[in-house]
Design a protein around this ligand. Structure first.
Ligand SMILES: [Cu+2]
Length: 455
């Protein structure tokens, strides 16, 4: 709460400061607002310029601007940040203005914007405005369209926003390292006519991934595919806030992918339509109903639905992406009775734990001894016990009594009578079953070959 208050104080101070500055005509650089909290910040309504409905950045915030001679001026500071990935784990990342991802930039079609980028990283950088239509020289590609922004230097980008849409920003200098360290942000261009593409609630986040060894805090930047933390806006479940809405509201979720693999984003409950990409808005006649939309690397997808009361899971459908760091190297032991072996091993390795003998659900309930600064593989608790999820997972929470503009977690859903799955306790009839043949039994007598590695 104190974070939220100080944020608004900081934002207010900026606008106040900006007014004072333009009267004096002195300061050339707009103040850089810093926000280090990972709590979703309710976006302030635009204080000046063209009206728009602000988006809610999941576990993030939007960057205030100052208006100077009709130009919206933003100030991004590229710098090392500490980001809480979920309670119990913090990471040393690089980001903008105190956070990774950086703040969401929001402006309106037709706006002239000026973005100052100050480099407080230990190496050069640049910013590419991913998917935004602009003059080639503002595209931010180091070496190709500009020299790198040196350490301690500030660059200025200026262009007019030509089309509404959902975009991102990220470095185009030492990209592999700087994106593996968390440098990215959302860039939303609202339509000039606020009635266009109007929804009741508009959410946005970026898919990102880190490889942080348990017990450490800095990502391994050379990892190509085998990341162990799958995150939304650099947060892993249960650190990801819910998407809260009121029954019947039109809801939009905008998702961008800056990981190194695709993510099929699946939502339970109401069907949705993909209504936008980073190329713009999809014409109504070209939309089709979906329950999963694949977001490929470097893509953005905006999808919309009419909210239906309930607690609806929303997650990446690659099941390893709803897992956290611990326990990925564990062999599958389903069906193996290794009780005797366990006794011997625990004599030698006291912390040894059998995983996956009956499946892995037990892990979600275990008090596993963890190294410092990491997250259990499967975690999160719901009203019915462990959810057994991590990583790219959250909940769309729709209630009849949520006030407009209220984004606070309403708690667990109260299911109407007769709409909740429950245990069947009456007697079960015998199920007819075909007798197993000897051939079936023989077919399952398999032995793993040994001594032929490399085959
Ligand atoms: Cu995924």
């Amino acid at each position: 709460m104190s974070n939220r208050r100080s944020f608004f104080r900081a934002a207010g101070a900026t606008f106040l400061g900006a007014a004072a500055v333009s009267r004096a005509g002195a300061a050339l650089l707009p103040e850089a607002v810093i926000q280090t909290s990972a709590a979703t910040q309710p976006p302030p309504a635009p204080p000046n310029g063209r009206p728009y409905q602000p988006i809610v950045t999941l576990n993030g915030w939007s960057l205030p601007w100052r208006m100077k001679d009709g130009v919206k001026e933003f100030h991004l500071v590229a710098e090392p940040v500490v980001r809480e990935i979920a309670p119990g784990m913090k990471a040393n990342l690089w980001g903008y203005n105190g956070s990774s991802p950086g703040p969401t930039i929001e402006a309106v079609e037709g706006d002239r914007i000026r973005i100052f980028v100050t480099n407080k990283l230990p190496e050069v950088t640049s910013v590419h405005w991913h998917g935004v239509l602009l003059p080639s020289g503002m595209d931010g590609v180091t070496g190709l369209t500009q020299p790198p922004i040196g350490v301690g230097k500030t660059f200025m980008y200026e262009f007019v926003l030509q089309r509404p849409g959902t975009h991102m920003y990220h470095p185009h200098a030492d990209e592999m390292v700087q994106m593996a360290m968390g440098m990215m942000g959302l860039f939303i261009i609202h339509p000039r006519d606020p009635r266009q593409h109007r929804v009741d609630r508009d959410f946005g986040f970026i898919l990102n991934a880190y490889d942080i060894e348990p017990g450490s805090a800095t990502p391994r930047v050379n990892t190509m595919l085998d990341f162990n933390l799958w995150t939304w806006n650099s947060r892993a479940f249960p650190g990801i806030d819910p998407f809260v809405a009121r029954t019947g509201e039109r809801v939009r979720i905008r998702v961008g992918n800056l990981t190194m693999t695709n993510h099929p984003i699946h939502m339970h409950g109401p069907h949705f339509e993909v209504t936008g990409t980073d190329g713009g808005w999809v014409p109504k006649s070209a939309r089709w109903p979906e329950v999963t939309t694949d977001v490929a690397v470097g893509q953005m997808r905006a999808f919309e639905f009419d909210a239906v009361a309930g607690d609806w899971a929303v997650h990446c459908h690659k099941s390893h992406h709803t897992m956290n760091a611990m326990g990925h190297g564990v062999p599958t032991m389903i069906g193996v009775d290794h009780r005797d072996v366990v006794k011997k091993i625990t004599g030698l390795v006291p912390d040894y734990m059998v995983m996956g003998e009956r499946g892995m659900h037990d892990m979600a309930e275990m008090e596993m001894p963890l190294p410092d600064n990491t997250l259990p593989m499967m975690t999160g608790t719901g009203p019915f016990g462990p959810v057994g999820m991590g990583g790219m997972f959250s909940v769309v929470k729709v209630r009849d009594d949520v006030a407009r503009g209220d984004f606070r977690d309403p708690g667990p859903y109260k299911h109407p009578a007769g709409t909740l799955a429950s245990e069947y306790t009456a007697e079960l009839p015998d199920a007819p079953r075909a007798a197993a043949s000897k051939a079936d039994a023989d077919a399952l007598q398999v032995r793993k070959p040994s001594g032929h590695s490399g085959h």
